[in-house]
Design a binder for this molecule. Structure first.
Ligand SMILES: [Zn+2]
Length: 258
């Protein structure tokens, strides 16, 4: 039976896919899948210093190799190379599918969930799981939010702007909004303080409604980390308090005369 960490190099080797560091050092280039006839290879950027990120890039390219329809899309028009860009944010659907495949390959649910039980909570859990899976902090944080039963939000930002956010299931389907319109960081957040001065605020406590308008004022821990590999900030919001049912949310929204 497989155990953590899963090695994407080994998965590639078993398929006779050659994996090499590329000589190409283009900004934003993470990796690519290369085809020559029936042979496939994977190249990754020499700029990537972070082991977890290299492994994720290889797993992502393996997604393009394994997923139905991907080779047709990425090698359309007779191209022999497919380049993948860095980061999770806004992407085409087949890029998102490859990211999702990569997370599932490196952190399969049936191994990741039991490991979460051992890992504790919040940022420390993400850090421990990232070491265990040898996956990047960001990819691990997203996986952690996906499977956590607690209120967890993983936010990537730069300056005052939120690039994207992945939250745990219990936070989904709520009638909340970002507290600052236009997807900006709350003015009092440690994340904003950190983005303005990286000496400031690494971990602090506040309440969920400081981030989301309409959310209950449950206590949250906000942990801020710099993602050196692509120059953005990772914030993990975590609470050990349970949220009220979404149905109770709706009840509050009903007009009083009903
Ligand atoms: Zn790709």
């Amino acid at each position: 039976m497989a155990s953590l960490p899963i090695c994407p190099f080994e998965v590639a080797r078993r398929r006779e896919i050659v994996v090499r560091e590329s000589a190409l050092a283009k900004p934003g280039f993470a990796g690519c899948l290369v085809r020559g006839g029936d042979n496939f290879g994977i190249l990754y950027s020499p700029h990537i210093q972070n082991e977890g990120f290299i492994r994720f890039t290889i797993a992502h390219e393996l997604g393009h190799y394994f997923l139905d329809g991907h080779p047709d899309i990425i090698f359309r028009n007779g191209q022999s190379q497919h380049f993948s860009r860095m980061g999770f944010g806004k992407k085409e659907s087949h890029e998102k599918e490859a990211d999702f495949f990569a997370s599932g390959l490196l952190m399969p649910e049936h191994l990741f969930r039991p490991a979460m039980v051992e890992a504790g909570v919040g940022f420390l859990a993400v850090q421990a799981l990232s070491l265990l899976c040898r996956a990047s902090l960001l990819a691990t944080a997203i996986r952690y939010a996906t499977y956590s039963d607690d209120p967890v939000a993983v936010i990537v930002s730069s300056g005052s702007v939120i690039d994207y956010c992945v939250s745990s299931d219990c936070m989904k389907g709520r009638s909340w909004r970002w507290n600052i319109g236009g997807e900006r960081l709350p003015t009092q957040s440690s994340t904003l303080a950190f983005n303005q001065n990286p000496e400031d605020g690494v971990e602090s406590t506040s309440t969920l409604d400081a981030w989301f308008e309409g959310a209950p004022a449950i206590e949250i821990v906000e942990h801020v980390t710099f993602l050196g590999s692509y120059g953005k900030t990772l914030t993990i919001l975590h609470s050990e308090e349970a949220l009220p049912d979404p149905d109770d949310d709706d009840a509050q929204d009903l007009p009083e005369d009903e």
